[in-house]
Design a protein around this ligand. Structure first.
Ligand code: GLN
Length: 487
Protein backbone atom coordinates (compact mmCIF):
# COMPACT_ATOMS: atom_id res chain seq x y z
CA UNK A 1 0.00 0.00 0.00
CA UNK A 2 1.35 3.43 -0.90
CA UNK A 3 0.53 4.92 2.48
CA UNK A 4 2.84 7.87 1.86
CA UNK A 5 0.28 9.27 -0.60
CA UNK A 6 -2.31 9.96 2.11
CA UNK A 7 -2.94 13.12 4.09
CA UNK A 8 -2.58 13.03 7.89
CA UNK A 9 -6.33 13.25 8.53
CA UNK A 10 -6.95 10.25 6.25
CA UNK A 11 -4.23 8.25 7.98
CA UNK A 12 -5.63 9.14 11.39
CA UNK A 13 -8.93 7.52 10.38
CA UNK A 14 -7.13 4.39 9.19
CA UNK A 15 -5.13 4.18 12.42
CA UNK A 16 -8.17 4.58 14.62
CA UNK A 17 -10.08 1.94 12.63
CA UNK A 18 -7.00 -0.30 12.96
CA UNK A 19 -6.81 -0.68 9.15
CA UNK A 20 -3.12 0.19 9.36
CA UNK A 21 -0.53 0.40 12.12
CA UNK A 22 1.78 3.29 12.83
CA UNK A 23 4.79 0.99 12.43
CA UNK A 24 3.57 -0.05 8.98
CA UNK A 25 3.05 3.59 8.04
CA UNK A 26 6.43 4.69 9.36
CA UNK A 27 8.18 1.89 7.49
CA UNK A 28 6.38 2.87 4.29
CA UNK A 29 7.77 6.40 4.67
CA UNK A 30 11.33 5.15 5.16
CA UNK A 31 10.92 2.85 2.16
CA UNK A 32 9.82 5.83 0.12
CA UNK A 33 12.86 7.74 1.36
CA UNK A 34 15.07 4.87 0.20
CA UNK A 35 13.47 5.13 -3.24
CA UNK A 36 13.55 8.87 -3.85
CA UNK A 37 15.86 10.65 -1.42
CA UNK A 38 18.91 10.33 -3.67
CA UNK A 39 17.19 12.54 -6.22
CA UNK A 40 15.28 14.87 -3.84
CA UNK A 41 17.81 15.43 -1.03
CA UNK A 42 15.25 16.75 1.43
CA UNK A 43 16.87 15.41 4.60
CA UNK A 44 20.05 16.13 6.52
CA UNK A 45 19.43 13.65 9.36
CA UNK A 46 17.12 10.64 9.69
CA UNK A 47 16.04 9.18 13.02
CA UNK A 48 14.68 5.78 12.01
CA UNK A 49 15.30 3.87 15.22
CA UNK A 50 13.52 6.37 17.47
CA UNK A 51 10.74 6.86 14.93
CA UNK A 52 9.98 3.13 14.81
CA UNK A 53 10.12 2.87 18.58
CA UNK A 54 7.65 5.74 18.88
CA UNK A 55 5.40 4.16 16.24
CA UNK A 56 5.32 0.89 18.20
CA UNK A 57 4.35 2.87 21.30
CA UNK A 58 1.44 4.50 19.46
CA UNK A 59 0.28 1.12 18.17
CA UNK A 60 0.15 -0.09 21.77
CA UNK A 61 -1.90 2.94 22.80
CA UNK A 62 -4.35 2.27 19.97
CA UNK A 63 -4.55 -1.42 20.85
CA UNK A 64 -5.39 -0.51 24.45
CA UNK A 65 -8.43 1.37 23.18
CA UNK A 66 -7.21 4.76 24.40
CA UNK A 67 -8.12 7.80 22.31
CA UNK A 68 -5.27 9.28 20.26
CA UNK A 69 -4.51 12.83 19.10
CA UNK A 70 -4.98 13.62 15.39
CA UNK A 71 -1.22 13.55 14.71
CA UNK A 72 -0.41 10.56 16.90
CA UNK A 73 1.57 7.95 15.01
CA UNK A 74 1.78 10.07 11.86
CA UNK A 75 5.29 10.71 10.52
CA UNK A 76 6.43 14.29 10.04
CA UNK A 77 9.67 16.10 9.25
CA UNK A 78 11.23 19.02 11.10
CA UNK A 79 13.21 21.90 9.61
CA UNK A 80 16.76 21.78 10.85
CA UNK A 81 16.61 25.10 12.67
CA UNK A 82 14.10 23.74 15.19
CA UNK A 83 15.70 22.31 18.30
CA UNK A 84 15.21 18.57 18.86
CA UNK A 85 16.67 17.12 22.04
CA UNK A 86 19.29 14.52 21.27
CA UNK A 87 18.91 14.90 17.51
CA UNK A 88 21.45 16.90 15.50
CA UNK A 89 20.24 20.41 14.58
CA UNK A 90 22.52 22.14 12.07
CA UNK A 91 20.64 25.07 10.51
CA UNK A 92 22.36 23.72 7.37
CA UNK A 93 25.55 25.41 8.54
CA UNK A 94 29.08 24.22 9.01
CA UNK A 95 28.90 26.26 12.20
CA UNK A 96 26.48 23.75 13.75
CA UNK A 97 27.50 20.64 11.79
CA UNK A 98 28.00 18.63 15.00
CA UNK A 99 25.52 20.37 17.29
CA UNK A 100 23.08 18.24 19.26
CA UNK A 101 20.60 20.25 21.34
CA UNK A 102 19.94 19.45 24.97
CA UNK A 103 16.34 20.64 24.85
CA UNK A 104 13.24 20.52 22.65
CA UNK A 105 11.64 23.56 21.04
CA UNK A 106 8.19 24.37 22.42
CA UNK A 107 6.55 23.08 19.24
CA UNK A 108 8.46 19.80 19.55
CA UNK A 109 7.36 19.41 23.17
CA UNK A 110 3.77 19.86 22.04
CA UNK A 111 4.08 17.41 19.16
CA UNK A 112 5.75 14.83 21.40
CA UNK A 113 2.92 15.22 23.91
CA UNK A 114 0.56 14.26 21.07
CA UNK A 115 2.67 11.16 20.31
CA UNK A 116 3.59 12.10 16.77
CA UNK A 117 6.54 10.63 14.86
CA UNK A 118 9.65 12.54 13.75
CA UNK A 119 11.21 11.06 10.63
CA UNK A 120 14.20 13.39 10.56
CA UNK A 121 15.52 16.92 10.06
CA UNK A 122 15.21 18.70 6.75
CA UNK A 123 17.57 20.71 4.60
CA UNK A 124 17.22 24.49 4.43
CA UNK A 125 19.08 27.62 3.46
CA UNK A 126 21.86 28.29 5.96
CA UNK A 127 20.32 29.87 9.07
CA UNK A 128 17.11 30.27 7.01
CA UNK A 129 18.72 32.93 4.81
CA UNK A 130 17.71 32.31 1.23
CA UNK A 131 14.92 31.27 -1.09
CA UNK A 132 16.24 28.11 -2.74
CA UNK A 133 18.11 25.82 -0.22
CA UNK A 134 21.20 26.55 -2.32
CA UNK A 135 22.85 28.37 0.60
CA UNK A 136 22.85 25.11 2.64
CA UNK A 137 26.38 24.06 3.57
CA UNK A 138 25.48 20.43 2.90
CA UNK A 139 23.32 20.05 -0.23
CA UNK A 140 20.70 21.58 -2.48
CA UNK A 141 17.22 20.08 -2.32
CA UNK A 142 15.52 19.34 -5.64
CA UNK A 143 11.96 20.21 -6.57
CA UNK A 144 9.88 16.99 -6.86
CA UNK A 145 8.00 18.52 -9.82
CA UNK A 146 11.19 19.00 -11.76
CA UNK A 147 14.40 17.80 -10.20
CA UNK A 148 16.41 20.41 -12.05
CA UNK A 149 14.60 23.24 -10.31
CA UNK A 150 14.79 24.70 -6.82
CA UNK A 151 12.15 23.73 -4.24
CA UNK A 152 12.12 27.27 -2.88
CA UNK A 153 13.41 28.18 0.53
CA UNK A 154 14.45 28.50 3.10
CA UNK A 155 12.19 25.58 4.20
CA UNK A 156 12.77 23.82 0.86
CA UNK A 157 13.64 20.48 2.47
CA UNK A 158 10.45 20.45 4.54
CA UNK A 159 8.29 21.24 1.49
CA UNK A 160 10.04 18.75 -0.81
CA UNK A 161 9.80 15.99 1.83
CA UNK A 162 6.02 16.37 2.05
CA UNK A 163 5.50 16.60 -1.71
CA UNK A 164 7.79 13.65 -2.50
CA UNK A 165 6.01 11.42 0.03
CA UNK A 166 9.01 11.37 2.36
CA UNK A 167 6.89 12.77 5.21
CA UNK A 168 3.17 13.26 5.71
CA UNK A 169 3.53 16.74 7.22
CA UNK A 170 6.40 18.99 8.20
CA UNK A 171 7.37 22.11 10.07
CA UNK A 172 9.06 25.09 8.49
CA UNK A 173 9.89 28.58 9.67
CA UNK A 174 9.00 31.81 7.94
CA UNK A 175 10.86 35.10 8.40
CA UNK A 176 10.07 36.63 5.03
CA UNK A 177 8.27 33.85 3.18
CA UNK A 178 10.23 30.68 3.93
CA UNK A 179 7.15 28.52 4.53
CA UNK A 180 4.83 30.01 1.92
CA UNK A 181 7.26 30.36 -0.99
CA UNK A 182 8.53 26.73 -0.92
CA UNK A 183 4.92 25.57 -0.49
CA UNK A 184 4.09 27.56 -3.62
CA UNK A 185 7.10 26.23 -5.58
CA UNK A 186 6.35 22.60 -4.70
CA UNK A 187 2.54 22.62 -4.79
CA UNK A 188 1.58 22.10 -1.16
CA UNK A 189 0.04 24.07 1.70
CA UNK A 190 2.12 26.29 3.99
CA UNK A 191 0.90 28.63 6.67
CA UNK A 192 2.74 31.37 8.54
CA UNK A 193 0.73 32.08 11.68
CA UNK A 194 0.21 35.49 13.27
CA UNK A 195 3.41 36.64 14.97
CA UNK A 196 3.28 35.26 18.52
CA UNK A 197 0.74 32.49 17.84
CA UNK A 198 3.46 29.85 17.86
CA UNK A 199 6.34 29.94 20.31
CA UNK A 200 9.78 30.71 18.92
CA UNK A 201 11.42 28.94 21.87
CA UNK A 202 13.90 26.52 20.34
CA UNK A 203 13.72 27.96 16.84
CA UNK A 204 17.26 29.14 16.12
CA UNK A 205 16.84 32.89 15.83
CA UNK A 206 17.35 34.61 12.48
CA UNK A 207 15.29 37.82 12.80
CA UNK A 208 13.37 37.61 16.06
CA UNK A 209 10.68 40.19 15.25
CA UNK A 210 9.78 38.30 12.06
CA UNK A 211 10.46 34.56 12.64
CA UNK A 212 7.49 32.25 13.04
CA UNK A 213 7.20 28.43 12.87
CA UNK A 214 4.35 26.90 10.87
CA UNK A 215 3.04 23.75 9.13
CA UNK A 216 3.72 22.52 5.61
CA UNK A 217 1.16 19.92 4.54
CA UNK A 218 -0.61 18.16 1.67
CA UNK A 219 -3.91 19.90 2.24
CA UNK A 220 -5.67 22.60 4.24
CA UNK A 221 -7.23 20.18 6.74
CA UNK A 222 -3.77 18.96 7.72
CA UNK A 223 -2.52 22.55 8.00
CA UNK A 224 -5.33 23.31 10.46
CA UNK A 225 -4.59 20.08 12.35
CA UNK A 226 -0.87 20.77 12.77
CA UNK A 227 -1.64 24.36 13.71
CA UNK A 228 -4.00 23.12 16.43
CA UNK A 229 -1.10 21.20 17.94
CA UNK A 230 1.69 23.79 17.76
CA UNK A 231 -0.09 27.04 18.71
CA UNK A 232 -0.34 28.22 22.27
CA UNK A 233 1.13 30.21 25.12
CA UNK A 234 4.77 29.61 26.01
CA UNK A 235 6.41 31.12 29.06
CA UNK A 236 9.85 30.77 27.48
CA UNK A 237 9.02 33.22 24.66
CA UNK A 238 8.27 36.78 25.76
CA UNK A 239 6.51 37.48 22.45
CA UNK A 240 4.16 34.51 22.84
CA UNK A 241 0.56 35.74 22.62
CA UNK A 242 -1.69 34.98 25.55
CA UNK A 243 -4.67 34.29 23.33
CA UNK A 244 -7.10 31.45 23.23
CA UNK A 245 -6.36 28.98 20.43
CA UNK A 246 -9.50 27.99 18.53
CA UNK A 247 -9.99 24.58 16.91
CA UNK A 248 -8.87 25.62 13.44
CA UNK A 249 -10.51 22.63 11.78
CA UNK A 250 -13.89 24.12 12.74
CA UNK A 251 -13.20 26.96 10.29
CA UNK A 252 -13.24 24.52 7.35
CA UNK A 253 -16.87 25.02 6.42
CA UNK A 254 -16.53 25.04 2.63
CA UNK A 255 -18.54 28.25 2.48
CA UNK A 256 -17.27 31.62 1.28
CA UNK A 257 -20.61 33.27 0.54
CA UNK A 258 -20.35 36.97 1.27
CA UNK A 259 -16.62 36.78 2.08
CA UNK A 260 -14.91 39.98 0.92
CA UNK A 261 -11.66 39.17 -0.88
CA UNK A 262 -9.34 42.14 -1.34
CA UNK A 263 -7.08 42.32 -4.38
CA UNK A 264 -4.17 44.69 -3.74
CA UNK A 265 -3.15 46.12 -7.08
CA UNK A 266 0.50 46.55 -6.06
CA UNK A 267 0.90 42.74 -5.98
CA UNK A 268 -0.25 42.35 -9.56
CA UNK A 269 2.32 44.75 -10.96
CA UNK A 270 5.41 44.59 -13.15
CA UNK A 271 7.53 41.54 -12.44
CA UNK A 272 4.57 39.20 -12.09
CA UNK A 273 4.83 36.38 -14.63
CA UNK A 274 1.76 36.86 -16.91
CA UNK A 275 0.99 33.12 -16.73
CA UNK A 276 1.01 33.23 -12.91
CA UNK A 277 -1.24 36.27 -13.14
CA UNK A 278 -3.59 34.22 -15.33
CA UNK A 279 -3.82 31.47 -12.70
CA UNK A 280 -4.69 34.01 -10.00
CA UNK A 281 -7.30 35.77 -12.13
CA UNK A 282 -8.93 32.39 -12.67
CA UNK A 283 -8.87 31.74 -8.90
CA UNK A 284 -10.56 35.09 -8.28
CA UNK A 285 -13.26 34.23 -10.81
CA UNK A 286 -13.75 30.87 -9.08
CA UNK A 287 -14.17 32.57 -5.72
CA UNK A 288 -16.69 34.95 -7.22
CA UNK A 289 -18.62 31.99 -8.60
CA UNK A 290 -18.64 30.52 -5.07
CA UNK A 291 -20.33 33.66 -3.76
CA UNK A 292 -17.36 35.69 -2.51
CA UNK A 293 -17.14 39.41 -3.24
CA UNK A 294 -13.98 40.72 -4.93
CA UNK A 295 -12.84 44.16 -3.75
CA UNK A 296 -10.02 46.26 -5.22
CA UNK A 297 -7.71 47.59 -2.51
CA UNK A 298 -4.35 49.32 -2.32
CA UNK A 299 -1.28 48.74 -0.15
CA UNK A 300 0.67 51.81 -1.26
CA UNK A 301 3.94 51.16 0.61
CA UNK A 302 4.45 47.68 -0.89
CA UNK A 303 7.32 48.91 -3.05
CA UNK A 304 9.38 49.65 0.08
CA UNK A 305 8.78 46.30 1.77
CA UNK A 306 11.72 44.34 0.34
CA UNK A 307 14.31 47.00 1.14
CA UNK A 308 12.80 47.52 4.59
CA UNK A 309 13.03 43.78 5.29
CA UNK A 310 16.60 43.59 4.00
CA UNK A 311 17.58 46.22 6.57
CA UNK A 312 15.61 44.90 9.55
CA UNK A 313 16.22 41.17 9.06
CA UNK A 314 20.02 41.45 8.64
CA UNK A 315 20.17 43.91 11.57
CA UNK A 316 18.48 41.39 13.85
CA UNK A 317 20.49 38.52 12.34
CA UNK A 318 23.77 40.30 13.04
CA UNK A 319 22.84 40.52 16.72
CA UNK A 320 21.40 36.98 16.93
CA UNK A 321 24.35 35.33 15.20
CA UNK A 322 26.89 37.04 17.46
CA UNK A 323 26.51 34.06 19.82
CA UNK A 324 28.33 31.81 17.36
CA UNK A 325 31.78 32.85 18.50
CA UNK A 326 33.66 29.56 18.57
CA UNK A 327 33.49 29.55 22.37
CA UNK A 328 30.01 28.48 23.28
CA UNK A 329 28.52 26.73 20.28
CA UNK A 330 29.56 24.98 17.18
CA UNK A 331 32.58 25.23 14.96
CA UNK A 332 35.87 26.33 16.49
CA UNK A 333 39.08 27.07 14.62
CA UNK A 334 41.85 25.16 16.39
CA UNK A 335 44.83 26.84 14.74
CA UNK A 336 44.41 30.35 16.13
CA UNK A 337 46.76 31.45 18.90
CA UNK A 338 44.61 34.14 20.57
CA UNK A 339 40.94 34.40 21.52
CA UNK A 340 40.05 37.22 19.08
CA UNK A 341 41.86 35.40 16.29
CA UNK A 342 40.00 32.20 17.17
CA UNK A 343 36.60 33.92 17.05
CA UNK A 344 37.37 35.62 13.75
CA UNK A 345 38.68 32.43 12.16
CA UNK A 346 35.74 30.35 13.49
CA UNK A 347 33.18 32.77 12.08
CA UNK A 348 35.02 33.15 8.77
CA UNK A 349 35.15 29.38 8.30
CA UNK A 350 31.89 28.42 10.01
CA UNK A 351 29.52 30.73 8.13
CA UNK A 352 28.77 30.64 4.41
CA UNK A 353 28.79 33.62 2.03
CA UNK A 354 25.11 34.56 2.35
CA UNK A 355 25.19 34.53 6.15
CA UNK A 356 28.35 36.68 6.20
CA UNK A 357 26.81 39.09 3.69
CA UNK A 358 23.82 39.56 5.99
CA UNK A 359 25.92 39.93 9.14
CA UNK A 360 27.97 42.65 7.45
CA UNK A 361 24.88 44.40 6.15
CA UNK A 362 23.22 44.21 9.56
CA UNK A 363 26.26 45.43 11.43
CA UNK A 364 26.52 48.34 9.00
CA UNK A 365 22.92 49.52 9.31
CA UNK A 366 23.14 49.37 13.10
CA UNK A 367 26.46 51.22 13.39
CA UNK A 368 26.49 54.70 14.86
CA UNK A 369 26.13 57.26 12.12
CA UNK A 370 24.05 54.91 9.96
CA UNK A 371 21.49 53.72 12.51
CA UNK A 372 19.16 56.71 12.00
CA UNK A 373 19.52 56.73 8.25
CA UNK A 374 18.85 53.01 7.74
CA UNK A 375 17.57 51.04 10.71
CA UNK A 376 15.37 53.72 12.23
CA UNK A 377 14.01 54.70 8.82
CA UNK A 378 13.22 51.06 8.07
CA UNK A 379 11.33 50.75 11.36
CA UNK A 380 9.25 53.82 10.42
CA UNK A 381 8.44 52.37 7.02
CA UNK A 382 7.50 49.10 8.73
CA UNK A 383 4.82 51.02 10.62
CA UNK A 384 3.50 52.47 7.36
CA UNK A 385 3.30 48.99 5.85
CA UNK A 386 1.40 47.74 8.89
CA UNK A 387 -1.00 50.68 8.60
CA UNK A 388 -1.58 49.93 4.92
CA UNK A 389 -2.88 46.49 5.88
CA UNK A 390 -5.08 47.85 8.66
CA UNK A 391 -6.68 50.22 6.17
CA UNK A 392 -7.17 47.57 3.50
CA UNK A 393 -8.83 45.29 6.05
CA UNK A 394 -11.50 47.95 6.61
CA UNK A 395 -12.75 47.01 3.15
CA UNK A 396 -12.18 43.25 3.06
CA UNK A 397 -11.82 40.07 5.16
CA UNK A 398 -8.84 38.49 3.40
CA UNK A 399 -6.36 39.52 0.73
CA UNK A 400 -5.58 37.31 -2.26
CA UNK A 401 -2.16 37.67 -3.90
CA UNK A 402 0.45 35.60 -5.66
CA UNK A 403 2.79 33.85 -3.20
CA UNK A 404 5.67 34.42 -5.58
CA UNK A 405 5.69 36.39 -8.84
CA UNK A 406 7.30 33.39 -10.60
CA UNK A 407 7.30 29.59 -10.53
CA UNK A 408 10.33 27.59 -9.36
CA UNK A 409 13.45 28.41 -11.38
CA UNK A 410 16.42 26.20 -12.38
CA UNK A 411 19.11 25.13 -9.91
CA UNK A 412 22.07 26.78 -11.55
CA UNK A 413 23.23 29.37 -9.06
CA UNK A 414 23.01 31.97 -11.82
CA UNK A 415 20.57 34.32 -10.09
CA UNK A 416 22.32 37.13 -8.28
CA UNK A 417 21.34 37.61 -4.63
CA UNK A 418 19.61 40.91 -5.28
CA UNK A 419 17.34 39.45 -7.96
CA UNK A 420 16.37 36.66 -5.53
CA UNK A 421 15.71 39.18 -2.74
CA UNK A 422 13.30 41.07 -5.00
CA UNK A 423 11.21 37.94 -5.57
CA UNK A 424 10.22 38.01 -1.88
CA UNK A 425 7.97 40.98 -2.60
CA UNK A 426 4.65 39.18 -1.97
CA UNK A 427 5.55 37.39 1.27
CA UNK A 428 7.76 39.87 3.15
CA UNK A 429 5.10 42.51 3.92
CA UNK A 430 3.10 39.87 5.81
CA UNK A 431 5.99 39.24 8.21
CA UNK A 432 6.67 42.95 8.62
CA UNK A 433 3.04 43.43 9.68
CA UNK A 434 2.93 40.23 11.82
CA UNK A 435 -0.11 38.88 9.94
CA UNK A 436 -1.10 35.29 9.16
CA UNK A 437 -0.64 34.13 5.57
CA UNK A 438 -1.24 30.83 3.80
CA UNK A 439 -0.10 29.56 0.43
CA UNK A 440 -2.16 26.89 -1.33
CA UNK A 441 -1.88 25.30 -4.77
CA UNK A 442 -3.84 27.34 -7.34
CA UNK A 443 -2.85 25.69 -10.61
CA UNK A 444 0.11 25.00 -12.86
CA UNK A 445 2.23 26.94 -15.32
CA UNK A 446 4.35 24.87 -17.74
CA UNK A 447 4.05 21.84 -15.47
CA UNK A 448 5.17 23.72 -12.34
CA UNK A 449 2.86 24.47 -9.40
CA UNK A 450 1.61 28.00 -8.75
CA UNK A 451 0.74 29.07 -5.22
CA UNK A 452 -1.78 31.65 -4.18
CA UNK A 453 -1.47 33.53 -0.93
CA UNK A 454 -4.33 34.46 1.36
CA UNK A 455 -3.46 37.06 3.99
CA UNK A 456 -5.60 37.54 7.09
CA UNK A 457 -6.06 40.01 9.91
CA UNK A 458 -4.04 39.58 13.10
CA UNK A 459 -5.12 36.33 14.84
CA UNK A 460 -7.62 35.56 12.08
CA UNK A 461 -6.10 32.34 10.78
CA UNK A 462 -9.62 30.95 10.69
CA UNK A 463 -10.79 33.14 7.81
CA UNK A 464 -7.78 32.39 5.60
CA UNK A 465 -8.19 28.69 6.36
CA UNK A 466 -11.88 28.87 5.51
CA UNK A 467 -11.17 30.60 2.20
CA UNK A 468 -8.31 28.20 1.42
CA UNK A 469 -10.41 25.13 2.19
CA UNK A 470 -13.31 26.24 0.00
CA UNK A 471 -10.96 26.72 -2.95
CA UNK A 472 -9.22 23.41 -2.34
CA UNK A 473 -12.51 21.51 -2.19
CA UNK A 474 -13.59 22.78 -5.59
CA UNK A 475 -10.26 21.87 -7.26
CA UNK A 476 -7.99 18.88 -7.04
CA UNK A 477 -4.53 20.38 -7.41
CA UNK A 478 -3.61 19.06 -3.99
CA UNK A 479 -4.33 15.50 -5.08
CA UNK A 480 -1.87 15.41 -7.99
CA UNK A 481 1.37 13.70 -6.98
CA UNK A 482 4.66 15.21 -8.18
CA UNK A 483 6.24 13.13 -10.94
CA UNK A 484 9.81 13.27 -9.56
CA UNK A 485 11.16 13.61 -13.06
CA UNK A 486 13.46 15.92 -15.01
CA UNK A 487 12.77 18.98 -17.22
N1 GLN B 1 13.93 34.57 1.37
C1 GLN B 1 13.93 35.40 2.54
C2 GLN B 1 15.35 35.61 3.01
O1 GLN B 1 16.24 35.18 2.34
C3 GLN B 1 13.08 34.82 3.62
C4 GLN B 1 13.76 33.80 4.44
C5 GLN B 1 12.90 33.25 5.53
O2 GLN B 1 11.69 33.47 5.58
N2 GLN B 1 13.54 32.59 6.46
O3 GLN B 1 15.59 36.20 4.00
Amino acid sequence: MDLYKNAAHELHEKLVKKEISSVELTISIYNRIDQVEDSVKAYLTLDKENALEQAAKVDKIIASGEKIAPLAGIPGAIKDNISTKGLRTTCSSKMLENFTPIYDAHVIQKLRADETIFIGKTNMDEFAMGSTTETSYFQTTHNPWNLERVPGGSSGGSAAAVVAGEAIWSLGSDTGGSIRQPASFTGCVGIKPTYGRVSRYGCVAFASSLDQIGPITRDVTDAATVLNTICGVCTMDSTSLHEEVPDFTKALTNDVKGLRIGVPKEYYAAGLDPKVDGVLKKALADYEAMGAKIVDVSLPHTEYAVITYYIIAPAEASANLARFDGVRYGYRDMKATSAPEMTTASRTEGFGAEVKRRIMLGTYVLSSGYYDAYYLKAMQVRTLIRQDFAKAFEQCDVLLTPTSPVVAYPIDGKMDPLAIYLLDVCTIPVNLAGLPGISIPAGFVDGMPVGMQLIGKVLDEETILRAAYAFEQSHDYHKVMAPLGGK
